[in-house]
Design a binder for this molecule. Structure first.
Ligand code: GLN
Length: 280
């Protein structure tokens, strides 16, 4: 079978299974299996692929046809211009989350200490370390498999970071200049309404923020305090409809300069605030 024929049969199969980006996904899977790039389809569609490549490619197409995310099949996702390993123990890094990283970078200074709570694949913390100098980074996650994945990502990117298994601050020590978190924030009842590619494959513990989606923010705003330096900052990714509630939680907990930022789609996506230690 030729490269071009494989592409065509693959995308038709995905289209028949109502996969939205059928052509794109078929091409990316073919490139993944054959270790080729975009040009190969345009320049060498007549080239024969090996029998082994054909088998592997159509196995990938089968998986994608059942809605399994492309990134769990290929095992990687780009985020902040870096390649991160992905696996079903964590959410796939999302473009929305780049808004959080970019906002933190605006406030981050060389040598600061950063804690990333609910770090998942480690993509937030590792991007911050990659694009700053001499910062010290600690990431934690409830799920030990996420911790393993984050460590692998640090190694792949050649970055020095510490990852620990911890239910929020349970096993965390020390003080930080910045605490960042993209916690689970989807309302429990909404999870069932999400795309199959999300609800069928991504870990629900990384999505489920409780009945009103705010469970983790409630815990984080209070529990973060002993771990923040004076004038330390707390950054959250939030759902598009949570800016007001999360801002209120921060203000009620005594944080100041509460600020909301939008993502590229114009939706509220980040809330951050400064911690002032109360002195009596
Ligand atoms: N934005 C994610 C989604 O709904 C949710 C991420 C999260 O809960 N932290 O796909």
């Amino acid at each position: 079978m030729t490269y071009g024929e494989a592409y065509q049969m693959g995308y038709v199969q995905l289209e028949n299974s109502e996969i939205k980006e059928a052509k794109l996904d078929a091409r990316l899977l073919l490139e993944f299996i054959c270790d080729t790039n975009r040009n190969d389809l345009l320049v060498h569609p007549e080239r024969e692929i090996t029998a082994e490549q054909e088998i592997k490619y159509f196995q990938c197409i089968e998986r994608r046809a059942t809605c399994e995310p492309l990134q769990y099949i290929t095992g990687e996702q780009e985020f902040m211009g870096l390649t991160f390993l992905t696996d079903p123990s964590t959410l796939i890094p999302r473009q929305d989350t780049e808004t959080l990283v970019e906002e933190v970078l605006l406030h981050l200074h060389d040598g600061m200490e950063i804690l990333d709570v609910c770090t998942g694949s480690g993509c937030i913390l590792l991007s911050l370390l990659k694009y700053s100098n001499d910062c010290i980074g600690v990431g934690c996650d409830l799920n030990p498999d996420a911790v393993l994945l984050a460590k692998k990502n640090a190694e792949m990117l050649g970055l020095d970071a510490t990852f620990v298994q911890s239910d929020l601050f349970e096993h965390i020590e020390g003080k930080y200049d910045m605490i960042v978190s993209n916690p689970p924030y989807v309302e429990t009842a909404v999870i069932e309404t999400l795309d199959m590619v999300v609800k069928g494959y991504e870990p629900h513990t990384a999505l489920d923020g409780g009945a009103d989606g705010l469970d983790f923010y409630r815990r984080l705003v209070t529990q973060a305090k002993p771990f923040l330096r004076k004038e330390g900052m707390l950054f959250f990714e939030i759902g598009y409809n949570q800016a007001e509630s999360v801002s209120r939680l921060l203000a009620e907990a005594g944080y100041i300069e509460v600020t909301v930022k939008k993502d590229l789609a114009g939706l509220d996506r980040v809330v951050y605030a400064t911690y002032m230690e109360l002195t009596i």
